[in-house]
Structure formats: structure tokens, C-alpha cells
Ligand binder design. Structure first.
Ligand code: SAM
Ligand code: SF4
Length: 496
């Protein structure tokens, strides 16, 4: 079948219609615009009351969120920034999670105006990795110490669901000797085009982690303008891609917007309405994470330079703060599109996950790419530092990098994890597993300099665990101590 024919058969209308309520989708543009226009200049007292709700780990309403988006007073903004960090500490403590993207294919039937992979971009050298090549890429990541990866694909019959299934299996298959055991990618997340429920079920069966789809822009006219052809030109097919994933059993889903295509305040409201609709239709389970990439230059397009909606650094910082306060229990991902400085700013405002060692060229972890090939990638990065350097920086900021994937493997996903996150209990399990997995990582992969700083953070965590009655009361302390000693002696991948 030709790629064109294949693309024409992707969308199944009944798998959109069944999620509409009264024939309408959840994005009411006029309503959002009105909410943003009518809720300007909130008083300090109003903002304090809204912040208190966030500190109680409750999701904010659209009107409350609109009020926060419209705060311009520097003093109130500072108060919001501080509250955002406090919310993060309450739910996620001082932990940060790292991952590496793995680009498998750049063939694409779509023509997104901002993306180097788009069909009509003749500058892009096209490639689809075979399974041996995927294993070589994975091995390079595992050898750096990565335990989580997000695997990324263009939309094309050459990287259809069967290819995605095989690639997930290939990533999970790779093991590299460490300690007196082995190390591997323990959680394979994917960023791939919207699919049918039947295809998503195939992904679930092979143990896909989080399924991530960015709506790019929630503003329909802009969406239609920047996605002129291919299945991606259907706004609603994409809008309900994660509803279908939930129906297929993948209860860890991730949303995002590409900031710089349309008004950033509108996009934050879109992300909130998306969260609310997932929670409404799936028993309170919203997205596991929210991403907020900013548009970057890409090969063969000057879309980012010409966009009148580009988001300044100040606006970027504010949007992270507002997202943290609006959805206190949801993970927030800041990516290597940002510079090291902006990543630090996002983390100080409550981001919980970030990528490291990032390379976007297909095959670029295991092969040396030429300078010219490096230029021809999906988009340009702001930060290409390796995992060791990034972890050292976090340790210097007093943060522990967690490689814990225990929650998922013990079935703490979907509604279970949401409830645990909301009441702060998941944070407790995570603290123990963060220490165990950081011990492993320091012993297996850290440079001497990173080990020195990392060790200080680890010792501080050990002290806190020892002094927190929760662990003794729940009879977790003895097991933890036993596991910690076993890991020091070379055992790997044991968790509470
Ligand atoms: N093809 C799939 C899709 O579009 O959903 C997944 C892969 S796509 C490579 C992953 C994400 O990269 C997109 O959802 C988009 O948000 C982001 N992206 C594309 N072009 C970008 C650019 N120029 N700058 C920053 N992010 C970009
Ligand atoms: Fe293809 Fe995704 Fe790039 Fe659009 S963003 S051109 S769908 S790879």
C-alpha cells in the first residue's frame, strides 16, 4: 500500500465521536477567551486563596487558572513562584526524574509546518532504524546509566504499530553488565502519532510505559493552518488520542502543547481543559505528565523565527509556575529544547522530569554523525549535556535524581498512583526507591566528581529517612536498610 493510501485509512470517525459530549468536544474557544478577558488583575488576597487550594493539592478551576495567568505584579508573581516550589516539594519532594529520547524514524506522511521531519522537507535525510540498530542505540544509552527512554517516531507505514511494538521489545531486551547483575531500560515510553484503540492495545500488551501525544496547539484555526495535510490535519483525531489510549488500558498518558504556535495563555487553558476532560471521562485519572516545549528552529523551515506568538523567557517561567499550581499532582516535563539556565528555572518552579544526553539524529547515540547530519534534525536543541553532568548539577542544587520505576512495575499507575500522589504517600515510597536507585547509579556510572556531590545528597536523604517516623511505623525501614546494603554489595534492581 502506498504511504498516501495508508494515511487515508488512519482515522476512524467512530473513535472520535464516542468521546464527544452532546456532539461537542471539550475545547470551547470563545469560553476560554472570555475567561482570560474577564479575569484580569486579581488582588493579592484572591491569589493567596487560589494558592492555598494548590497547596492542598487540589486542581484549580479554569477561572482560577485564568486569574493566575493574568498576574503581572512582580510581588504576587514571586509569591506564586515560591508556592509552586512548595507544591512540588509536597508531592515530589526534592526528586527529579531523567530520561533520554530515542528517535527511531523520521519518515512522515504529515506536513507540520514547524517540523524538520515533515513530508515535503527535501533537506531531511530519511531513515528508519532496524531492530539491531535500535538495540545499538539503546546499549549506548544504558551504558551512560539511563533507565528510562522515550522512543519517538514519525507517522508512516514504515513505522506503523507493528514496528513500534517490535521497537519497544528491542529496547527492553538490551542488558548491559553492571555490579554483579545487569542494567537496562526499565521503562519505555513513546511519543508517536494518534492510533486506534486496537493498535493501542498492542502497545499495552508489550509493556509500553507512558504514551505521549502533544496537541501542539489547542486553537483550532491555528491547528488547521500549521497541519495542512495528512492524518494530523484532523484536530479531533489528535484531541482524543489519549482518551483512546485510556480505553485501551494504557492508563499513563502524557499531554503537551508546542508553545509558540498560538497565545501561550490560551494553550495553558487548553492543557487544563484536556486534563479535566480525561479526569471526567476516566474516573478521575488525568494525564501523568504535561510537557510545554517551546518552538525551535528546525531544518528547512523558518516557522519559529516568523511566528508572532513566540514565548519569551519571562512568559515561559510564568507558564511553568501556573501549570504547577493548576495541576499540583501532575508531573511536568522540561526538555533539552531549553538552555541549561531555563531548565534550572523550570525546575525551580516545579518541573519534575527532564531529558539528558539528548540527541535527535536518527542513530546518533551509537554512530558518529557528521556536522552536516547533526544540523539536519527535527529541531535544534538548547542543551546537549550528558547525564553525568546534568545529575551533578541537580545534586549541587540539593536534588536527588531518581531512577525509580517501581511504581509502574508494582501496579501503582492510573487511579492508584493519582490517589497516592494526591495524598503524598507515593512520595514516601519514591523517597526510598530514589535512594536505592541513586546508590546503584552512583556506583555504576558516576564520574568521581559527580559521585562526590551525589554522595552528599544521598547521605542527607538517608538521615531524613532514618528520622521520619512514617517509615518505622509502616515497617519499611528494616527492608529499606537491608536493600540498601545489598545494593552496595552489587545486587541490582531491588525496590520497595
Ligand atoms: N510524529 C509524532 C507526532 O507528531 O505526534 C511524534 C513525533 S514528533 C517528532 C514529537 C514532537 O516534537 C511533536 O509533537 C512536536 O511537539 C515536537 N516538535 C516538532 N517540531 C518542533 C520544533 N520545531 N521545535 C520544538 N518541538 C518540535
Ligand atoms: Fe511528522 Fe510529528 Fe514532525 Fe509532524 S511533528 S512532521 S507528525 S514527525
Amino acid at each position: 500500500m502506498s504511504p498516501q493510501k495508508w494515511a487515508e485509512n488512519v482515522i476512524k470517525q467512530d473513535e472520535i465521536d464516542r468521546y464527544l459530549i452532546d456532539d461537542e468536544d471539550f475545547m470551547n474557544e470563545d469560553l476560554i477567551k472570555r475567561q482570560l478577558q474577564e479575569n484580569t488583575s486579581p488582588s493579592k488576597e484572591e491569589v493567596e486563596a487560589i494558592i492555598q487550594k494548590s497547596l492542598d493539592i487540589e486542581r484549580l478551576s479554569p477561572i482560577e487558572t485564568a486569574k493566575l495567568l493574568n498576574v503581572d505584579d512582580p510581588e504576587i508573581l514571586k509569591m506564586m513562584d515560591e508556592a509552586a516550589l512548595e507544591v512540588k516539594r509536597k508531592v515530589y519532594d526534592n526528586r527529579i526524574v531523567t530520561f533520554a529520547p530515542l528517535y527511531c524514524s523520521n519518515l512522515c506522511v504529515n506536513n507540520c509546518k514547524y517540523c524538520g521531519f515533515r513530508k515535503d522537507n527535501k533537506e531531511e535525510k530519511r531513515r528508519v532504524l532496524n531492530m539491531d540498530e535500535i538495540k545499538a542505540e539503546t546499549e549506548a544509552l544504558v551504558k551512560e546509566g539511563h533507565k528510562r527512554s522515550i522512543v519517538v517516531y514519525g507517522e508512516h507505514p514504515a513505522s506503523d504499530v507493528d514496528y513500534i511494538v517490535d521497537s519497544i521489545k528491542s529496547v527492553y531486551d538490551v542488558e548491559v553488565p553492571t555490579g554483579n547483575s545487569t542494567s537496562k531500560i526499565r521503562r519505555v515510553n513513546i511519543n508517536a502519532a494518534p492510533m486506534t484503540v486496537a493498535d493501542l492495545e498492542k502497545l499495552w500488551e508489550v509493556g509500553v510505559g507512558t504514551y505521549q501525544v502533544f496537541q501542539e496547539t489547542y486553537h483550532r484555526p491555528t491547528y488547521n493552518k500549521v497541519h495542512p495535510s495528512g492524518p494530523k490535519s484532523n484536530y479531533r483525531w489528535r484531541l482524543y488520542s489519549l482518551h483512546r489510549a485510556m480505553e485501551a488500558g494504557i492508563d499513563d498518558v502524557a499531554i503537551g502543547a508546542l508553545f509558540g504556535l498560538y497565545d501561550w495563555k490560551f494553550e495553558v487553558m487548553g492543557l487544563l481543559y484536556h486534563t479535566m476532560d480525561l479526569e471526567k471521562q476516566f474516573d478521575g485519572i488525568g494525564p501523568h505528565t504535561i510537557s510545554f516545549p517551546r518552538l525551535r528552529d528546525a531544518s528547512g523551515t523558518d516557522y519559529s523565527a516568523s511566528s508572532r506568538y513566540s514565548v519569551s523567557d519571562e512568559e515561559f517561567k510564568k507558564l511553568v509556575t501556573v501549570l504547577r499550581l493548576a495541576v499540583p499532582y501532575t508531573g511536568l516535563i522540561v526538555t533539552a529544547r531549553e538552555t541549561p539556565e531555563m531548565r534550572r528555572e523550570a525546575i525551580k518552579r516545579g518541573s519534575t522530569q527532564t531529558d539528558a544526553s539528548t540527541k535527535l539524529g536518527i542513530g546518533s547515540y551509537s554512530e558518529q554523525l557528521t556536522e552536516q547530519e547533526k544540523e539536519k534534525q527535527q529541531f535544534m536543541l538548547g542543551d546537549t549535556r550528558g547525564l553525568d553532568t546534568v545529575i551533578k548539577e541537580f545534586a549541587e542544587m540539593g536534588m536527588i535524581t531518581s531512577f525509580c520505576t517501581a511504581g509502574y512495575r508494582c501496579g501503582r499507575t492510573g487511579d492508584k498512583i493519582m490517589n497516592l500522589l494526591k495524598c503524598g504517600t507515593e512520595g514516601k515510597f519514591c523517597k526510598l526507591n530514589a535512594v536505592l536507585t541513586f546508590r546503584e547509579w552512583l556506583d555504576d556510572f558516576a564520574s568521581p566528581e559527580t559521585k562526590e556531590v551525589g554522595e552528599k545528597v544521598l547521605q542527607e536523604e538517608l538521615k531524613q529517612i532514618e528520622n521520619d517516623p512514617f517509615f518505622e511505623d509502616k515497617k519499611l525501614l528494616a527492608d529499606f536498610k537491608n536493600f540498601y546494603e545489598r545494593i552496595k554489595n552489587g545486587e541490582r534492581d531491588i525496590y520497595i
